[in-house]
Design a protein around this ligand. Sequence first.
Ligand code: BES
Ligand code: MN
Ligand code: ZN
Length: 497
Amino acid sequence: MTVRLTINFAKLATPKKGSVLVFSAEDGGLSDAAKACDPGKVLEKAFAITEFTAKSGTSVELIAPDGTGFDRLVVLGVGKASALNEYSWLKLGGTAFAQIRKPNDVSVVLDVDGVQISGSDAANFAAGILLRAYAFDKYKTKKDDGDVKPEKKPAKFTILCAEPAAAKKAFAEVEGVVNGVLLARDLVNEPANILGPIEFAAHATDLEKLGVKVEIFTEKEMKKLGMGALLGVAQGSPRPPRLVVMSWNGGKAKEKPIAFIGKGVVFDTGGNSIKPAAGMEDMKGDMGGAAAVTGLMHALAARKAKANVVGIIGCVENSVDGNAQRPGDIVTSMSGQTIEVLNTDAEGRLVLADALWYCNERFQPKFMVNLATLTGAIMVALGQHHAGLFSNNDELSERLISAGLATQERVWRMPLGADYDKLIDSKNADVKNIGGRYGGAITAAQFLQRFVKETPWAHLDIAGTAMGSPTNEINQSWASGFGVRLLDRLVRDHYEA
Ligand code: BES
Ligand code: MN
Ligand code: ZN
């Protein structure tokens, strides 16, 4: 991860140097603090010439007017000031970062006419800057001239706002969440030759520094637990699997935890049911669920969430090899249910079957939410702007949908039911790991549901949203870190004392 910038908060003032960013609203024009940065009133003319109307995301840039002392003046449109919400501030932060291309000393005059900008608004604005600034360029040894590279970005952002002390306090928490998102992005972007199951588990172990308890189960221990489904996937790789259990106990001592479970397939060749070559490189991101869970645990621990939370990730590599499992193999899962593996490329559900069962048995959590880049079919169904939500519980679903709207990490509920469940009955075992031709995301979810009993549970199919999804104001990277902000919000809104 390369984010080389610092963020400070200070009292509203008129800056005297560097680049200066001010705001204008469609329904209010320039704020007073912005006007103070334009003593010669050149902006009026600039707006007219450029037909600037302060639509959200638009901007006007000037070489600093005479008598101001600074170098550049950038005006950012915020759209209708009356419509600003939490996500608008994130977006504005992202747009602000994108606007400042060269200088290394930026002052943001965070003032919008008629709007009371809170400390948390300012903190979200800062978060937007950091999220947008992220670039996965650690393997680039040459920086092309003219290309925008992070170290050429501003080193220092000073956010001048009405409540700098409150902003600083809010930012201390928000920054933990941002770093969780960036961690998730880093893990997903990292190529599979560098990030195997053992290396992934080591990243999880890093969370001990934040007070997270981390347990790592080896192949031998998983064998003892009877995790034949997960181990069947792993057996084709020379790199052994790891099951990682992360616990953050920020809640009441005896309170049951909430649980998040992630698919951590560090690379998915498809196994013997091998994938086509074109695009296979994307399967380095098949651990997006595990990355989101790890990023979430980072976020919750960093901001000291008042909740008991368990994060479990199943890290395996799905390889082609003489030892790899074959179509038709029958494995016995930890639950005791036997699984006919008719397609070795439907491996994520096998990993999750044992991880979910283990989680439920050991922790009896209040709920389980699993995340997985599980099916291509979810992209056919929903495109890349919503993750698929499958759940046995209406309350949990509603909460996830609301958290999705607030964070703009949106989820869309999909059906489950007995008719779909029938499609995965197996001729030779209890269940088979693929359904028929249709409803592939649904039959995958039905498979998972056979391993959760009555516990409130939700499955998020993030194949379309965790990687390769459209870039936006707060993400320019292939890996989006999807799920971290969504689930942090879920926890914050409903599960903290
Ligand atoms: N990891 C893939 C799903 C995937 C595809 C994620 C594209 C992201 C982008 C998963 O393991 C898989 O291969 N699913 C199969 C299931 C099929 C064999 C029933 C699929 O979606 O084709
Ligand atoms: Mn697969
Ligand atoms: Zn996969």
